[in-house]
Design a protein around this ligand. Structure first.
Ligand code: ADP
Ligand code: MG
Length: 292
């Protein structure tokens, strides 16, 4: 391949809204057979909305929203943004001390002298909180409906569930169809729970799902597929995707995502539209065919 012809390919990429780190990237793009797609912010808009606040028996709804909202005001996660925005409508958030992010699980911190734990069921259990059956059932019901359940607790037990919903980007389904048409296997990869992941996968036409993967383990999933002989592309947007994007044979970042993800990637899809990933792979194949 002559450098000039490769550069023509990258110029066309820019027109399509694809930024390519260097012409050498086209070669690995061409060989890809498996495409891992992060869920939140990649397949979905990542713009969560708070749907329900479900206090446990005897728990005050507004106190639940206030305490969780205060904690989430300190987090950048899309789930946190949705909850904090809603909570802030009822007043200024209370100050938080000792805020900590339990990566891929939730957040913790002290609000009004209470040690509050917010996030997945697993996190509450890990922190020794008792989770009443009714709370667990409320969470499962929300998940079965394709929503993410955010559990909250303090003083020894879970105090309620907040449910949030995300929406699939309008172009995601077409992008999945396009990937298949190129002979590629799309796989949904997410830290979210398996039920929500399956609902999103069905909506866009993906039949392989790897869910409940902690951020640190996303890169391990890539390695495992590579060990099976796959050439893996990973598409992601978050800080939690960066290691997997770097490990993949081809990393594609959403231009609407975090700088960390963009820096770890070979390609950036400027408009954050998944159909550009299909364009990128098609472009790489065509460009390299012309050269040879
Ligand atoms: P994804 O891989 O879909 O981008 P993450 O790895 O960022 O998701 O998060 C995985 C899960 O951890 C979320 O679906 C949520 O249940 C929980 N979680 C993470 N951060 C928070 C937070 N700030 N508040 C509540 N829940 C959270
Ligand atoms: Mg994401």
């Amino acid at each position: 391949a002559t450098p000039t012809a490769l550069l023509v390919g990258t110029g066309r990429g820019a027109q399509l809204g694809i930024l390519i780190k260097g012409p050498e990237v086209l070669e690995s793009t061409k060989r890809v057979d498996t495409v891992l797609l992060d869920k939140t912010g990649t397949v979905t808009a990542g713009k969560m909305a708070l749907v329900d606040v479900l206090p446990a028996d005897g728990q005050d709804r507004s106190e639940l929203l206030r305490l969780v909202g205060a904690l989430e005001a300190a987090s950048e996660h899309p789930i946190a943004r949705a909850i904090a925005a809603e909570a802030s409508r009822t007043g200024t958030p209370a100050p938080v001390t000792g805020f900590a992010n339990a990566e891929g699980l939730g957040v913790t911190g002290t609000v009004h002298g209470r040690e509050v734990v917010v996030g997945r069921l697993r996190l509450l259990r890990e922190r020794g909180l008792d989770v009443p059956r009714e709370v667990e059932q409320a969470a499962s019901a929300a998940e079965a409906a394709g929503r993410t359940a955010v559990l909250a607790g303090w003083d020894g037990r879970a105090r309620g569930v907040l449910t949030v919903a995300d929406t699939v980007k309008p172009t995601s389904r077409a992008a999945v169809t396009g990937l298949r048409a190129l002979g590629l296997t799309p796989v949904l990869l997410t830290g979210d729970n398996a039920t929500v992941a399956a609902a999103v996968a069905a909506e866009v036409g993906i039949d392989q799902v790897i869910a409940e993967v902690l951020p640190a383990d996303k890169a391990e999933v890539v390695k495992r597929l590579q060990a099976e002989g796959k050439t893996v592309a990973m598409v992601g947007d978050g800080v939690n995707d960066a290691a997997a994007l770097a490990q993949a044979d081809l990393g594609l970042a959403m231009g609407t995502g975090t700088d960390v993800a963009i820096e770890a990637s070979d390609l950036t899809l400027v408009r954050g539209d998944l159909t550009a990933a299909v364009d990128a792979i098609r472009l790489a194949r065509r460009t390299l065919r012309i050269i040879k």
